[in-house]
Write a protein that binds this ligand. Structure first.
Ligand code: PMP
Length: 281
């Protein structure tokens, strides 16, 4: 398998990650996951913008990779013959003797990227069950940093509870989930946590907000409580892996009638129509 290594495409086995890479030691880096449909990157501009914003928030230089990033990722897609799948790429601050503050002398950041073909033998679930869990993450989760331990712990808790996803609750309100944004539907209106430092500005969330506006669905970007979550008519999550997926049970409480709701279904349909010119038939 070939991967992206700074500005080159090389065999995965040929690279060496320095044990003093700050991504490895401190989680000092950022990443993106972009879906590939029919060999094309979905919502590239939005992902790229978020990547640059995360880098700027952490003062990680992107200068050396900016120019060729997209074309290198396209080469990677072609070389690995990926039609549908995703690309994961990450940028760490680079390698320096271990010391918490950023290196006084700038070191070259380290970019790695790999593509994965869509796993047709293991498609994403058509609906999900979830648990809630305390949001113990830091207060800048708008930065898409490599520090994902609280997310990993939450997802592990969900798996051990026999469900798919863990929904974060901070100060009594629903923020998002361990690897997705969350929407509730009540009386025909969509509810989701407002964009701030407590959630990731999900690219799929952005697409869903656009589709909701096209479908004339009112959206209220306001935090709501766990109790309000249980009482929603519909709940769904959004991310690059599943796009839109209904959540039919939370903490063993049935949501709505326990199946995919009509508004969720209409957004899923609009999403697949958006993708249909991109998916080869
Ligand atoms: N929130 C969190 C915590 C996530 O990890 C993700 C997936 N990266 C999302 C939201 C959804 O983001 P996107 O729609 O850009 O995949």
């Amino acid at each position: 398998m070939n991967i992206l290594w700074n500005d080159q495409i090389v065999a995965k086995e040929s690279i060496i990650i320095d044990p003093e890479d700050r991504g490895y030691q401190f989680g000092d880096g950022i990443y993106e996951v972009v879906a590939i449909y029919n060999g094309e990157l979905f919502e590239w501009e939005a992902h790229y913008e978020r990547f640059l914003r995360s880098a700027a928030a952490l003062s990680i230089s992107t200068q050396h990779i900016i120019e060729k990033l997209k074309s290198n990722i396209h080469t990677l897609i072609e070389e690995n013959s990926v039609e549908d799948g995703y690309v994961y790429f990450q940028l760490t601050r680079g390698t320096a003797p271990r010391f918490h503050a950023y290196p006084a002398e700038a070191v070259p950041p380290v970019l790695t990227g790999l593509v994965k073909k869509k796993d047709t033998t293991n498609p994403p679930p058509s609906s999900m069950k979830a648990i809630t869990t305390e949001d113990i993450r830091w207060l800048r989760v708008d930065i898409k940093s490599l520090n994902l331990l609280p997310n990993c712990m939450a997802k592990q808790k969900a798996i051990e509870a026999g469900v798919h996803e863990a929904i974060f609750i901070r100060d009594q309100v629903v923020t998002e989930a361990s690897s997705s944004n969350l929407f509730g539907v009540k009386n025909g209106k969509l509810y989701t946590h407002p964009l701030n430092h407590l959630i990731l500005n999900g690219i799929t969330r952005q697409v869903v907000l656009r589709l909701a506006s096209q479908l004339n669905l009112p959206v209220i970007e306001e935090a709501f409580t766990k109790e309000a979550l249980y009482l929603m008519d519909e709940v769904f999550i959004t991310n690059t892996g599943v796009n839109v997926c209904p959540v039919t049970e939370i903490d063993a409480t049935q949501i709505g009638n326990g199946s995919c709701g009509v508004i969720t279904a209409s957004l899923m349909k609009a999403f697949s129509e958006l993708l249909s010119p991109k998916i080869k038939v």
